[in-house]
Write a protein that binds this ligand. Sequence first.
Ligand code: PLP
Length: 410
Amino acid sequence: YKGVCIMRKFEKSSKLDNVCYDIRGPVMDEANRMVAEGVNVLKLNIGNPAPHGLMAPDEVVRDMAYNLRDTEGYSDSKGLFSARKAIMQYCQLKNIPNVGIDDIYTGNGVSELITMSMQGLLDSGDEILVPMPDYPLWTASVNLAGGTAVHYLCDEQSNWYPDIEDIKKKITSRTKGIVVINPNNPTGALYPKEVLEQIVQVARENELILFADEIYDRLVMDDKEHVALASLAPDLFTISFNGLSKSHRVAGYRVGWMCLCGNKSNVKGYIEGLNLLSSMRLCSNVPAQSIVQTCLGGYQSADELLLPGGRIYDQREYIYKALCDIPGISVVKPEAAFYIFPKLDKEKFNITNDEQFALDLLRDKHILVTCGTGFNWKDPDHFRIVYLPNMEILKEATAKLADFLSYYHQ
Ligand code: PLP
């Protein structure tokens, strides 16, 4: 209006001061800008199967379409009975103890439930042990909820397994829980039972809640078996997280769940908080809940991708070998999921800023990766590749990467 000078400025909330999610951060913004200008960017950055031709099984899509009319309304805030029943049976198959229908909450992806589980628990100064490297939503959610994420080391020298001594060192009187991401994003590691048992023992001795993010539990290779963390801890309280985004390639449908497992005798207040938060968001996407039963029952559609001759397996073999052949890169072979987390020789390339490394690679070779510090890794010497893109793209990307590293110096 005439004569009125608008001076008021709106800043982001200070709650967001320590919150980062760099998988979709500045490097991806730059890639999007380049794509808008017509550049063909090789995207090795997001764990989203469908755009790479890894499509959901037809039966799943048909069931969702079939159920659309019946799923127009809100569901119970925790989810449809049929979905939760199937999840309950899945828990039984995985020896996850003491999960009844009311212990299961469906969510708009595991993402929503990760933030909910932290919002419902943490007060200022409370600490949660989070792996380093981590899937960064965990660190972000702890910080957003007012807590402090304390990072424990996953050790590259030991196949990226959690370093139990480091976990012990980082426990304080404010530690409320420990997050275990297994199989792991970004390393692709699968933890053996003995390592999980040691984590459980530390939680037992220090009265910690276990948060088990197991969204990749059906994406395991080399005849290995995934052991559910909660199955080793019937005397403790575990929240176990899982979903369909990856195993059934329906990341866009947004469907995941969390299960309250094991001993609930001392978490009544926390559960009340979770129920309140679950009610406040009314319910998760109901059409997507309607496919849980189909997806978890019977034939597991990811299996053939993970065996020799299957795309994920073959692409893992290829990317591992191609990276090993590049001077200045070393890498641990992943056993699950579809990520690999190579190490750069810091001295050789003189890298002091890995975001800059990712930007330089993007601008120079049009390859988009995510830098290691985006996963809260401590040093600027790693990056993550998602090896879902098809073999031709992986071949082109690794050849360009090898060429880039033959002259790169920061
Ligand atoms: N947890 C881990 C370890 C992930 O890698 C992801 C997605 O990449 C998620 C949770 C979130 O998955 P969604 O929200 O699609 O269920």
